[in-house]
Design a protein around this ligand. Structure first.
Ligand SMILES: NC(=O)c1ccc[n+]([C@@H]2O[C@H](COP(=O)([O-])OP(=O)(O)OC[C@H]3O[C@@H](n4cnc5c(N)ncnc54)[C@H](OP(=O)(O)O)[C@@H]3O)[C@@H](O)[C@H]2O)c1
Length: 387
């Protein structure tokens, strides 16, 4: 690195550190991940001390007990199961796509760059030559792109010798944007990608998930950072992120936390609605939190700071690589039929409780309504309400 670029890098890091958002990320996120591990440890200890058989209620969303679920490989004898993994061109999504291909899934790989999609296919094929993969170029922050994807996916299934249904959807695509950007629909790009895109895609793919001859699953990839939120608004201005685009200083850490909390609340409300419609035995919804994983997620954070953070996290033994960090996602994807509403964290099939705020059923309902209202004025309005 030349002297000028080093000075530039140092200055960028200095200004970055001068923001409240940086300290929010450095302090609150560290506490949040430590708190998740504390919960895991406490629950494991109490389960070890007092063995209690686990009884599953009919709709046990975010059960209070620590429950470990075994993994169940997909049912593959009569047909090949199909899964969709968003953000599969890097980090956790790539690791999930590889592991699911090894489990016998036909994996629909969703990414926004055609070049990265081709590279992803090559990388997975290099390690698993029997992998059945299909790449789809989709921008998860664009409603139009998501609608097009639903149509191409359906057409591809119809044209193939596969059953025209979906057994698994993993909403993994996500970004940590440190500067404001706007989507075609006028949403904040981070909320648009991390939450609204996942909401829209899930609703659009529900008919395919419902058509599955065996039960199907939805896994929403969230984060321990949701614990940093103590109060949240779910009005349309906040949910779309438009409110933040007007701020003098872009509250990126807070928006990321909101998007991850929204995903949990969305999962909760979707699960409730499936229960009400008597479909909760057909489609299961779970949430996965990978912990801290070394991926490209911090790409917008100055390199000096992200490398320093990774060193500290590694020293504290909190840092994982995608190969093991993906465990909670795979646990949720291969959860035994009947498991719904669990928050997977820490691998080995273990689940813990998310934050108290994410249990708020009223908030979850209001969030659903605000998001549906936002989407009703987009092309999704006609498409997404068919379910
Ligand atoms: N890493 C962690 O410590 C951690 C912890 C908790 C939760 N998570 C969550 O895990 C998920 C995966 O993140 P990661 O850590 O694996 O980060 P990553 O390496 O940056 O991967 C993110 C993936 O999402 C894709 N993506 C981003 N915006 C997209 C868009 N508009 N349309 C389609 N795809 C898009 C990226 O594609 P491009 O390569 O084209 O950008 C990439 O494939 C995220 O939801 C993240 O919030 C991560």
């Amino acid at each position: 690195m030349g002297l000028i670029s080093l000075v530039k890098e140092l200055l960028m890091a200095f200004f970055f550190m001068c923001s409240v958002q940086f300290w929010r990320m450095a302090l609150l996120w560290s506490f949040s991940v430590l708190f998740s591990y504390y919960r895991l440890f406490k629950a494991s200890l109490s389960q070890w001390l007092v063995f209690k058989p686990v009884i599953l209620d009919k709709c046990p969303f975010f059960s209070q007990k620590l429950v470990s679920y075994p993994r169940c490989s997909p049912f593959t004898s009569n047909f090949r199961p199909v899964c969709v993994v968003t953000g599969a061109t890097s980090g956790l999504g790539l690791a999930a796509a590889y592991k699911l291909s090894k489990e016998g899934y036909v994996v629909a790989i969703v990414g926004r760059s055609q070049q990265l999609l081709s590279e992803t296919i090559r990388k997975i094929k290099d390690s698993n030559e029997d992998a059945h993969l299909k790449a789809f170029q989709v921008d998860m922050s664009s409603i139009e792109s998501i609608i097009k994807f639903k149509m191409s996916l359906r057409q591809w299934l119809l044209d193939s010798d596969l059953h025209c249904s979906l057994q698994l959807l993993i909403n993994n695509a996500g970004i940590l944007a440190t500067s404001p950007r706007v989507t075609a629909e006028g949403y904040d790009q981070m909320i648009g990608t991390n939450y609204i895109g996942a909401f829209a895609l899930t609703k659009l793919l529900l008919p395919l998930l419902e058509s599955s001859p065996v039960s199907s699953k939805i896994v929403n990839v969230t984060s321990f950072t949701h614990r940093a939120v103590t109060d949240v608004q779910v009005d349309e201005g906040t949910v779309s992120g438009k409110r933040f685009l007007r701020s003098i200083q872009y509250p990126y850490a807070q928006i990321y936390e909101y998007s991850k909390l929204y995903l949990i609340l969305f999962s909760k409300e979707l699960h409730r609605q499936l229960c009400l419609m008597g479909k909760s035995h057909q489609i299961f919804v779970n949430v996965a939190d990978p912990g801290v994983v070394q991926t490209n997620l911090m790409r917008e954070v100055p390199t000096i700071l992200s490398s320093l953070a990774l060193r500290v996290l590694k020293f504290l033994q909190l840092l994982q690589f995608p190969e093991s960090g993906v465990d909670s996602i795979i646990d949720a994807a291969l959860a035994p039929p009947g498991t719904s509403g669990a928050y997977y964290f820490g691998g080995k099939g273990r689940t813990i409780n998310p934050s108290a705020l994410s249990h708020n059923a009223k908030l979850a309902r209001e969030l659903w309504e605000s998001t549906s209202k936002l989407l009703s004025v987009t092309p999704f309005g006609a498409e997404g309400n068919s379910w």
